[in-house]
Design a protein around this ligand. Sequence first.
Ligand SMILES: *Cc1c(COP(=O)(O)O)cnc(C)c1O
Length: 403
Amino acid sequence: MTQPNAFSQFPDVAGRFGEFGGRYVAETLMPNILALEEAYARYKDDPDFVAEFDLFSRDFVGRPSPLYFAERLTEEFGGADIWFKRDELNHTGAHKINNCLGQVLLAKRMGKTRIIAETGAGQHGVATATVAARFGIPCEVFMGATDVERQAPNVFRMKLLGAKVHAVTSGRGTLKDAMNEALRDWVTYPDETFYVIGTVAGPHPYPMMVRDFQSVIGREAREQMLERTGKLPDVAVACIGGGSNAMGLFHPFLEDESVRLVGVEAAGKGLDGPDHAASLNGGKPGILHGNKTYLLQDEDGQITEGHSISAGLDYPGIGPEHAFLHDMGRAEYRSATDAEALEMFQLCSKLEGIIPALEPAHALARVRDLAIELGKGGTILMNMCGRGDKDVFSVAKALGVEL
Ligand SMILES: *Cc1c(COP(=O)(O)O)cnc(C)c1O
């Protein structure tokens, strides 16, 4: 049986978080997965590896990111104090690079000469291409053909960074198809290739490894909160696409029983219809991309396309550790609609001088409720996981403003 308050012990040796996670992959993929697992176990606590991760986190990414008191939003909502962990200030504008740095450094240790990645909106592709460029490792990014058209600026960025972009035409030509294609490529060229997965999904050890690399967010934030406020926050809040920035924030707080953990999924046009991307609030357990977790699916168990105004939140699944924390009740999962995210995008820009990405704008909508719920004297820590420069065109369009 699971020990209460021992959530940070997971996954088990088979990569399971309770009934979730694991590795449901083709036999041909197993040697790659096992080699990766072995390399990660060998290097994760290796002093040279850790020192290199820390050095590049500091000088290339710009860590530690500041902790910031959002004074005017706190005043506006009229309740608990709101603090932002400012991961939007990282190089490339979001948290994704923390994980890419860790995985590319591991690829280098493993002697890999080729990096591949999947990408949806292109943010993970850009972050991977950025780190691959720095270490001089050729990079190929799989991207759904539909997304290649929708996200032309990010395709151009990846090319500037020296990456090759493959347009994937199978399925609907979106993120799920790109991930399938990347897995296929990895089986085809196993010896030279390292596959950098962009969120806490995929077969074991990815959900654990990505979480560990992203946990730099929560470790810094925990220390910074203690230093600045003299106590732990009452609640830690983060938005959820696949769940990597949330897991990175949550993990160092898992054993702090007093700290509530709240993830915010994309409710799109509302949970009562099909146009959302809330895998926990509107999906059910199944298997996708090598792990068992909550997924958006139709009555026949076919994976459905998620919808969100925010391209980073429309993955049709969620990391298996979130599924576990959800079912155990250690974390709560709420949601926010497109309309709420748009409202918060504008409010945060106006009041704090910070244009948030549409993803964390979802989290802000529930921060507002939590601020009122907790009242004055309470403290909320929210991960400002990305900046909104990338979103200004789609927000202008949604608001009917012509640029
Ligand atoms: C990609 C992205 C997300 C969603 O990914 P997670 O794995 O859930 O963190 C959220 N916010 C931003 C800014 C992103 O770029």
